[in-house]
Structures are given as structure tokens and as C-alpha cells.
Ligand binder design. Structure first.
Ligand code: 3YP
Ligand code: ZN
Length: 371
């Protein structure tokens, strides 16, 4: 059993500048670091290293995505604009997505890192992989960045798996707490890519990610949104995966599964209001590993997205990568006792109602799935 870790120090050099977290700096607010800073992600890598887990992983060196690869998901006009602004002093890719000089190359390396993970898994170099990439990608649209995302890393990796590696069916499971709008839109009319997003109901982007958005045309039924109520904890997440995600995957029978792995559903995250814990992520990873083993030879790749508690995301990231690798380092999450004992961790009726509605969509896949 071997697990790949895609990592490059350059990911940490993507400069989001000074904003008061998400508020553009100016005379109305004292400048502070942008909330999508390198800190949380660097601390994941550092804990993976200090815990000893790194010695059990296969380090995968990412390559830059090519123009051809980026243009599968974006317009030339948009890509050219990012390059032009990045070659100068930097700019804004779209909605709340500031970037500095050189971020174009780093964004290419982020998308390329997800492709590197796909190739490593499909070539059998590793069994599964975690791509600890930055900037994130799941909000990026064809012609615009959004929500800290520049290029659509996961979509670009899926296009690679389909068009270059010849896979017929790929599934994306987005457990970032925000809606994976970019990935949804990229494959909305496509029955060869099942997109599932589990997110906090109507958080970000606003009015995006409704359960009624199920795909269009040939892709009807191949997009599943599970908008969980604010306050959902480990019980709601595990139930969602057991009752919706796994049945949908079983019916769809993907040849490869990608996870858009934001860690911002944690109870410590400032950009959402969920209650996940490191052990919750460990359980979700276990469920996904078992599903992948049953359905697609264990081929499972997690690509990093959001996560804004620098103190807590390292424990969530460590738990996921430990589980992927089948290794326990012995590092204990110091907050787990507190968070697990909080009221509301167990599945509530109003959460179960959403899960049941989504379970119907998962069941409906069976008759439709194209072969
Ligand atoms: C973008 C602006 C407010 C919420 C924020 C979400 C970014 C993110 O982590 N997306 O997955
Ligand atoms: Zn997010």
C-alpha cells in the first residue's frame, strides 16, 4: 500500500496579499493577511513531516499544467489575462481572488499537481494520493476566477483522465464546505463525470448548490448537491456519505474518484459554520477508501481546496493522509475530545431530511448510468 503526496514549496509562495481576511484592504479596514494564506497548508505539510508520516509516503513532484490542459477548462482570454497580470504586479482573478506576481506559474503547478496525482495513481506508481496544492480550484469558472480559485484544478485533472488517459467515467466528491460551482458547471451536461458536492446550504457562492440542480441534457442526473444545514457535524457527514455518496458511486461505477478536499467544514473554521472534526474526516476517508476499493480498484485522489483554521487544519489533513496511507503516527488531535463532545455532533432530523432527499437522487442514477 502506498500513498502519494503532491507537494511543492512554490505552492506556499502564491501571494494573496493583504486583505482583512476577505475584505480588500483600504482605509476602511486595517490591513491583515488574506485568509487564504500559506499558513494552514504549510502547517499540514509540517505536521505530516514532524509526525513521521512523510517517511511512509511517496513524494510526487508536480509538473506545470500545459496551455492545452488549462484551455480544456478555461477561455484563452481568461488565461492570457491571468498571465499578463501575474507577469506584472498581480491582480484579481475574479470574485475575491487576489494574486501576486508569479501566481500564474504557481496556479499552473497547482492544476499540474492534480494531473501528476492522476497519472501516478493510474500508472500504479501509488495506490492513492493527496495533492496538497494551492491555489485551490473548485470555484473557478471558464472565464473567471472566484472564491480564491484561479484555475479549476480538479476539473482539469478530470479532463486529463478522460481525454488523455481514456477513462470513461470519473466521479468527483467535493467535501469542501462551500459549493463546488466550477466543477458542477464544467460537467453539468456531461454524463461521463458524476459531480457530487456536500456543502453548507447557501453559504458560498450565494444562491449556488441547490439540491434541485441535478444536471442538464445528457448530464441530467449526474450532478448531486447535498446542501447540509449550518451546524452539521460528524453524524450528518458520515450519514451523507453512507446514504448518498456511496450509493451514488456504486450506481455510477466510476473508474477513478477524486475528492475536492477542503477542510473548512471543521468546527474551528471561520468561513463556515459546520462541526467536523479530524476524526470525522478520518471516517469519511475510510468510507471513500472502502468505496474506491469496491468500485474502482482503490483509485482515489484527494486534491486540496479550502480550510482556514491554521491551528486545526493540520490535524484534519494528517488524519486524512494517515487513513489513505494506512498508517497511524500516534499524534493525537488535542481538540478532538472537546469537539467530539459538543452537542449537535449526532445526526439531527432536519439534517436527515436533506440527506433523504439527496439519497433519492443517488438511487435514481441506477437506471440512467450510460455504459
Ligand atoms: C470565499 C469568500 C467567502 C467564502 C470564501 C470561500 C472560499 C472557499 O474556501 N471555497 O471553497
Ligand atoms: Zn471552501
Amino acid at each position: 500500500m502506498s500513498t502519494g503526496l503532491v507537494w511543492d514549496e512554490l505552492y506556499m509562495w502564491h501571494d494573496t496579499g493583504t486583505s482583512a481576511w476577505v475584505i480588500p484592504a483600504g482605509l476602511t479596514v486595517q490591513p491583515l493577511a488574506h485568509i487564504e494564506s500559506a499558513e494552514g497548508k504549510r502547517r499540514i505539510k509540517n505536521l505530516v513531516e514532524v509526525s513521521g508520516l512523510l517517511e511512509h509516503l511517496t513524494l510526487l513532484k508536480p509538473r506545470a499544467a500545459t496551455q492545452e490542459e488549462i484551455l480544456r477548462a478555461h477561455t484563452r482570454e481568461y488565461v492570457d489575462r491571468i498571465k499578463r497580470e501575474s507577469d506584472a504586479l498581480g491582480g484579481d482573478a475574479g470574485d475575491l481572488t487576489p494574486f501576486g506576481h508569479g501566481s500564474y506559474e504557481i496556479a499552473l503547478l497547482s492544476a499540474g499537481g492534480c494531473i501528476t496525482a492522476v497519472d501516478a495513481v493510474l500508472d500504479g506508481k501509488v495506490d492513492n494520493a493527496y495533492a496538497l496544492v494551492r491555489p485551490p480550484g473548485h470555484h473557478a469558472e471558464r472565464d473567471s476566477g472566484k472564491g480564491f480559485c484561479i484555475f479549476a484544478n480538479v476539473s482539469i485533472a478530470v479532463h486529463h483522465a478522460r481525454q488523455v488517459r481514456g477513462l470513461k467515467r470519473v466521479a468527483v466528491v467535493d467535501w469542501d464546505v462551500h459549493h463546488g460551482n466550477g466543477t458542477e458547471h464544467a460537467f453539468y451536461s456531461d454524463s461521463s463525470v458524476l459531480t457530487i458536492s456536500i456543502h453548507q446550504d447557501n453559504n458560498f457562492p450565494p444562491a449556488s448548490g441547490a439540491i434541485t440542480d441535478t444536471g442538464a441534457g445528457a448530464g441530467e442526473g449526474y450532478n448531486i448537491n447535498i446542501p447540509l444545514p449550518a451546524g452539521s457535524g460528524v453524524g450528518a457527514y458520515v450519514a451523507t456519505f453512507e446514504q448518498v455518496v456511496v450509493p451514488a458511486l456504486r450506481n455510477f461505477e466510476p473508474e477513478l474518484i477524486l475528492i475536492a478536499s477542503g477542510l473548512d467544514a471543521s468546527a474551528m473554521d471561520p468561513l463556515a459554520s459546520m462541526m467536523m472534526t479530524s476524526d470525522g474526516y478520518r471516517q469519511l476517508t475510510r468510507v471513500m477508501l472502502d468505496a474506491a476499493a469496491e468500485i474502482c480498484g482503490g483509485r482515489l485522489i484527494a486534491c486540496h481546496e479550502g480550510g482556514y483554521s491554521p491551528a486545526y487544519v493540520p490535524y484534519c489533513g494528517l488524519a486524512i493522509i494517515e487513513e489513505l496511507a494506512g498508517v497511524r503516527t500516534g499524534v493525537e488531535d488535542p481538540l478532538l475530545g472537546l469537539l467530539a463532545m459538543m452537542g449537535g455532533q449526532s445526526l439531527q432530523p432536519h439534517q436527515q431530511a436533506v440527506i433523504e432527499a439527496a439519497a433519492k437522487l443517488a438511487a435514481g442514477l441506477k437506471a440512467r448510468a450510460a455504459r
